[in-house]
Every structure is written in structure tokens, then in C-alpha cells.
Design a protein around this ligand. Structure first.
Ligand code: PLP
Length: 396
């Protein structure tokens, strides 16, 4: 059976070049980077080379890169570390966050609200999933210390006007964090051009290993660390460095920088082919997120009316297609996704959201295979659910 992987937003396959770099350092560069002897110096050199590569991918200085255990830790360090430090410095106790953030940001903000006495304002998004700068500006107060708006959304692919939002924050002295986990490697990311203070990354979203990421921290910005016990990463993230992971992230960052323009062009062509084909073949289909340039090149997210996305995914899996739903499953109960609901969709529409996220190894044949197998699946599910009006072959 044909197997088609269209879930790159969940994770990407490790690129062979990256795997080779990781394998090599496991055996040849296993020293502790903090050791002064030759073994340690060699490991240190590899970590610093990786730091240079990550900095080059996102347009910051190497000294601004703090390696973490992934995107979740980077987001937590940004939100908790900045908010706590700034309140301690007497700057205020208010945080602004967008409605469509990843749970790593949202739940950290909820923690600040519930357990640490912060106030949190959630900025809504428009029907295409983007934050309106004037809405964002209205949420800023004299006591706002931190704002967090992601660069690109993991579910419906909306690219936010981060440069504009960061400028509004900067004018009021508000520290600005952006989660660039889904953006890095897919669209150009330049920390200076964006004007952000904090930027999160995760290697496994751009063909690197899992369990390693980074928080880029603008020079001069202070943070409370989450962990204590060592002076690594300029005391911002103590603990012996994950040298193989970091080296893998560096190799993946190098690859992403070399391939960026090509990936973006190829993926947006495939994305448009998939979306046009779905619209042609399946009626009762709503695109979640923006059209065109404000959308991640590899993302297609559609709500199929009268279809339970989980049922569609199981059937796709039986045909060898790996995709994902827009909904987060919490302890077995299928809650509709907060991101799709934030677009103004109903709970039923949100439960019918399917996400296809394309990657560097996909081609037209993969897209065409999905276009062949999905319409009969949708038709069958609708027939069983008794929604005959929404059948295949409509105009969408
Ligand atoms: N932020 C976004 C936007 C993501 O998509 C993810 C991963 O799904 C994360 C953060 C968390 O990253 P990690 O899996 O490295 O913890």
C-alpha cells in the first residue's frame, strides 16, 4: 500500500544529513562542553557551531540563542521567565496573548493567572485567523509587561503580522515573544526585522531531532530561569547540554537555510493543488485560516461539514495517508480545537476539521492520491451519518 505522510506540522522525518551529524557526535564528540580538556573543548566547539547555524537561520546573534529541550520549554521560559522577571522589577502584572497560541504558551499564561496573580488578556483573531493590530493595541495597558503572538499557527497556518504587533508593543515598552516553531524552515524568519525580543524554535519541526529547541533572547533582556543548578547557556538554562540534539538542530538549521526558498515555493504549489482539488471534489467544505500569502506554504486545514474528522482520519490511515485533526484530544474526550473555534466556527465545524501539512519529500503524486481516496471516504461517512445533501461532486 502507498504511504503518504501529510502531518509535518506534528513532526518531520529526521533528514539523513542530520541523522549522520547526530550519529557522528554520539561517538566522536561525547565530551562535556564545560570541561576544560581537549574532549570538552571539542564538544564545546560543536555546540558553538550549531549555535551559529541556528542564529543564522533566524537572524540573531549566536550569543542570543539559548538551547532548550524543545518548543514547549522555549515557550515556557519566554512566558514565565519574562513575566516573572518584569513583575519583580516593578513593571506590572499584565500579559497579552493571542487566542490561537499553542498550549505551551496558553497554559503557561493560565498558570501565571491562576497561581501567580497575573492578569491575562486574550486577543481574538479575525475570521481568517489573524490578529488585528488595532485589537492588539487596545489590549495593551500601562501595566502590560509581556505580549505573545505566534509567527505562524500550527493548526490552520495563519501567519501573523508580528512585525507590526511587535512595533506596537515596543512603543509601549512591552516585551514581545513570538513562537516561531512552525514558521522556521518554511518561511523566512528574521528576529531583527520582526523586532521581537523573544523567539521560540523546535528542531523536530524542521527535519531535526526531537527534544531540542531554542529560545532566542534579545541581547540585554533579562529572564528568570526555570531551572537552577549550573551556569550553562549563560545561566538561563542550566544542565549539561544535549550535545547530539544541539548538533542535530544545527545541521537541520543549515539545511533549512539552504533550502528555504525552494521549500516555500514547492510547498505552496502543492498546497494550492491540494486545496483546489478538495474544493472541486467535495461539497460542504470550509477552508480554516487565510488564503494565499498569509498562510504557511505547507498547510491545508478544512472543515468537512457533516463529517467527524476522527472517522475520516481512521479511514485515511487505512489507505496509508497520515494527516491530523484540528482538534486536541484531551484524556479521551474529543474537545473541539480552541484554534478552529477562535475563527468563529461552530463546535461541529471544528470537529470536522482536517489538517494536511506538507513537507519537503511530498510531491504531486501524494496530493493526487489524497484527492483520489478522500472523496469516497467523506461520502461514506456522510451517508452513514445521514447527511445526503452534502455529497461528493458538488462545487464546495
Ligand atoms: N509551538 C508550536 C506552534 C508548535 O506547533 C509546537 C509543537 O507542536 C510547540 C510549540 C511545542 O514544541 P515541542 O514539540 O518541541 O515541545
Amino acid at each position: 500500500m502507498r504511504r503518504v505522510y501529510l502531518d509535518h506540522a506534528a513532526t518531520t522525518p529526521v533528514h539523513p544529513e542530520v541523522a549522520a551529524a547526530v550519529a557522528e557526535v554520539m561517538t566522536a564528540g561525547w565530551g562535556n562542553p564545560s570541561s576544560q580538556h581537549a574532549f570538552g573543548r571539542e564538544a564545546r566547539e560543536r555546540v558553538e557551531r550549531a549555535r551559529d547555524a541556528v542564529a543564522a537561520l533566524v537572524g540573531c546573534e549566536p550569543a542570543e540563542v539559548v538551547f532548550t529541550s524543545g518548543g514547549t520549554e522555549a515557550d515556557n521560559l519566554a512566558v514565565l521567565g519574562a513575566a516573572r522577571y518584569l513583575r519583580q522589577a516593578g513593571r506590572g502584572d499584565h500579559v497579552v496573548v493571542s487566542a490561537v497560541e499553542h498550549h505551551a504558551v496558553l497554559d503557561a499564561c493560565r498558570h501565571l493567572e491562576r497561581h501567580e496573580g497575573f492578569r491575562v488578556t486574550v486577543v481574538p483573531v479575525d475570521e481568517s485567523g489573524r490578529v488585528r493590530p488595532e485589537e492588539f493595541e487596545r489590549c495593551l495597558e500601562p501595566g502590560t509587561v509581556l505580549a505573545s503572538v505566534m509567527l505562524a499557527n500550527n493548526e490552520m497556518g495563519a501567519i501573523q503580522p508580528v512585525a507590526e504587533l511587535a512595533e506596537l508593543a515596543r512603543r509601549r515598552g512591552v516585551v514581545f515573544h513570538t513562537d516561531a516553531v512552525q514558521a522556521a524552515g518554511q518561511i523566512p524568519v528574521d528576529m531583527r526585522a520582526l523586532g521581537v525580543d523573544l523567539l521560540s524554535l523546535s528542531a523536530h519541526k524542521f527535519y531535526g531531532p526531537k527534544g531540542v529547541g531554542a529560545l532566542c533572547v534579545r541581547r540585554g533582556l533579562r529572564l528568570d530561569p526555570l531551572l537552577f543548578g549550573g551556569s550553562q547557556e549563560r545561566r538561563r538554562r542550566p544542565g549539561t547540554e544535549n550535545v547530539p540534539g544541539i548538533v542535530g538542530m544545527g545541521a537541520a538549521a543549515d539545511l533549512a537555510r539552504r533550502e528555504l526558498a525552494d521549500r516555500a515555493a514547492r510547498l505552496s504549489r502543492l498546497r494550492d493543488r491540494l486545496l483546489a482539488g478538495l474544493r472541486e471534489r467535495i461539497s460542504g467544505l470550509l477552508l480554516n485560516g487565510p488564503e494565499g500569502v498569509h498562510r504557511l506554504p505547507g498547510n491545508v486545514n478544512v472543515s468537512l461539514l457533516g463529517v467527524d474528522a476522527e472517522a475520516a482520519l481512521i479511514n485515511l490511515d487505512l489507505k496509508g495517508v497520515a494527516a491530523s485533526s484540528g482538534s486536541a484530544c484531551a484524556a479521551g474526550s474529543q474537545e473541539p480545537s480552541h484554534v478552529i473555534l477562535a475563527l468563529g466556527r461552530t463546535a461541529d465545524e471544528a470537529r470536522g476539521a482536517l489538517r494536511f501539512s506538507l513537507g519537503r519529500d511530498n510531491g504531486e503524486k501524494d496530493v493526487d492520491y489524497v484527492l483520489e481516496v478522500l472523496p469516497p471516504i467523506v461520502e461514506r461517512i456522510r451517508r452513514l451519518a445521514g447527511s445526503p445533501r452534502l455529497s461528493v461532486g458538488g462545487t464546495g
